[in-house]
Design a protein around this ligand. Sequence first.
Ligand code: TRP
Length: 481
Amino acid sequence: MQENKRGSWGSNFGFLMAAIGSAVGLGNIWGFPYKMGKNGGFAFLIIYLLLVVFVGIAIMLGELALGRKTGLAAVGAYGEFSKKHKWVGYLGVISAFVILAFYCVLGGMVMRYMMGFLLQILGLDSFVGQGSGFFGFLLYDHGGMLFFFGLFMIINMLIVAGGVQKGIERFSMVGMPALFVILLFVVVFVAFQPGAIEGYKFMLKPNLDVFSNPEIGFLGVLKAAAGQMFFSLSLGMGAMITYGSYLSKKENLQRNALIIPFADTLIAVLAGFAVMPACAAFGVDYGGGPGLLFVSMHTVFEKMGNFGAFVGFLFYFLVFIAAVTSSISLLEVCTANRVDKAIAKGKEPNRKKITFIYGAIIFIVGLPVALDALGSGGSAIKAPYEILGITAGDVAAGFRVWNDCWLDLYDAFSEGVLMPLGALFMSFLIGWKYKPSTVFDECEQNGNKFRGKLFFTLCFKFVVPVAMLFVLWGQVKDFFF
Ligand code: TRP
């Protein structure tokens, strides 16, 4: 199929690979296992699944439908309904921008690990044996951090500059099946390690103890799971509006809106089946939080012995593919709006130029994230709490998750505030202003029958807004208390 000026997917399968690629990212392979580890395993899993069914699928459908109906990316799509709604689209662009600034730093760190294991396989480095110590070294290795951050950014720019079909779709069509095969290999390999069984038990054995833990409780688990669901499904900031805008009218939207969350959840659970049992088998704690992907997994590969370097390389390669197919969707959210704007003005859009300018600015905005050693202190760039004159760990003086490093600051702002706001307004607009029938009509193009109108109407009007208010409230509370 010939691409028009905006671009379009070559096939529904290509669209699915790109959209699932967007959804499956660091959120699945890193965030999901570590949040599950911290929030009681089984209890978290159940709440997460319920949220996907009652909130995630409806928003996914709403975003895809808005995009395909208008044939425009986030800002333009809302603008089609009313000029006054454009800012909901801009919220999305800003949050894509901010997420990219830290996501690409993490992507670079993943590449650094990937390279370390590769050098070990080639006999050029003793990377495996450095175990958990390497992470601390990397954080203060400013040259390395910058180099890999930049490299990851450049890979993103090249793919997005290549276009919707020839860049994003082509990369995803190769990358996503590869990711799936590697993940299955790792899951099976881990299953054969003695002691792995404890990891499965943690995930699957009914156990709601965490609800009576005063520090977390039911609301704590709900909040963690809701935030995770949003981020993992790439919702709340127009990524799916943008991807939906490239989809042909003949494809079945409702079915696609089920397949994407299903695949994303499957891969998150499989990632859990790789990480949790691996930690269990090698006696590494999985409740340690964000260090899981780097410190804990590195220790696992160290203890694995001969196979460690090889499995380690495969594992980080998989994480790398997952990260790239996600970050290109974020970059596309930014690029697509400019492309639409140029076309609306009757100009020839210059996708390459737009992409490179965005990439360069995002790199600059991401510099503090790459250089503050994740708030470990005494680095080239001060962490937010240091700038505020707060002592590390001094909660009484105002030390919080949002100011403990630049990454967490960017994350709290985008994931914590902008995304739930975006989703809240979107569900409000669809539920009450544009009416759910806008979505249903768009889905019923080409004779596809829409199923479950009542269910989705209830989701758009009530369930989603209430869930969103809840997430926002949780964030605000974290901010001050
Ligand atoms: N879903 C991705 C992940 O799990 C991150 C991501 C990509 C994203 N595009 C997004 C999150 C758009 C929110 C919105 O890592």
